[in-house]
Design a protein around this ligand. Structure first.
Ligand code: DC
Length: 225
């Protein structure tokens, strides 16, 4: 079984996807962490994120691996080492948003994700899982929320990951800019269509969102869909 959970940043995808995977006893892959791992390498090597040719070249030679943890989620390894929480820092987040628009990068990541989905099944969370990576799956959810709500969540996460205290107004502006980049890129933009179930997470608690998804999957399995 493959479950696609897509949506913009800060919509609560990671928390929800991880919990749904746990509840259904399925593997879980956070595909944003794969793009972030490349973003981290770009930053650490001092490559300009706007330099598409260098970034695509790096994607082609990057030894990116997925390593199953005991809880069923997958750690991202670069050259055999787990990337850890550094991928969630501000600078890496900004760089990742830019480099994830490049077709050479997306093609590389999509291929890895497709192999993962067909080999392991499970819950895959990202931006284009239901539209491009595994469009054939019937289980597609699009989580969204007002940008102000998502910015506040991101702001809290950043404070925890970075120990930094960024201004909420700056984070909200960046969230809106990233939404714009995610939605307007030519290669696999952030979209949902009628094959998705859309859930506004601003109105619901995390537990309610998880319950809605699990119930939806259960009812469709029971009805033989
Ligand atoms: O989900 P996230 O915020 O951790 O994602 C980090 C970045 O990666 C974000 O800028 C969008 C991009 N991304 C993507 O383009 N496609 C995916 N399937 C997952 C993430």
């Amino acid at each position: 079984m493959i479950i696609a959970i897509d949506g913009p940043s800060g919509a609560g995808k990671s928390t929800v996807a991880r919990a749904v995977a746990r509840e259904l006893n399925l593997p879980y892959l956070e595909t944003g962490a794969m793009y972030r791992a490349l973003g981290l390498e770009v930053v650490e090597r001092g490559i300009d994120p706007e330099d598409r040719a260098s970034v695509e070249e790096l994607a082609g030679v990057l030894a990116l691996d997925l390593d199953r943890r005991p809880d069923g989620s997958f750690a991202i390894l670069v050259a055999g080492e787990p990337v850890g929480t550094r991928i969630y820092g501000l600078q890496v987040t900004e760089a990742t948003s830019r480099i994830s628009a490049y077709p050479g990068v997306r093609e590389y990541m999509r291929e890895l994700q497709r192999v993962f989905a067909t080999d392991c099944g499970g819950v895959l969370e990202g931006r284009d899982i239901g539209t491009r990576v595994v469009p054939e799956t019937p289980f597609k959810f699009f989580l969204t929320a007002d940008p102000a709500v998502r910015a506040e969540r991101r702001w809290r996460q950043l404070r925890e990951a970075d120990g930094a205290s960024p201004r909420l107004a700056d984070i909200e502006r960046e969230v809106r800019e990233r939404d714009e980049r995610d939605s307007s890129r030519e290669d696999s933009p952030l979209r949902w269509d009628e094959t998705y179930r859309v859930i506004d997470t601003g109105e619901l608690s995390v537990d309610e969102v998880i319950a809605e998804i699990v119930a939806d999957i259960g009812s469709r399995q029971n009805s033989g869909e």
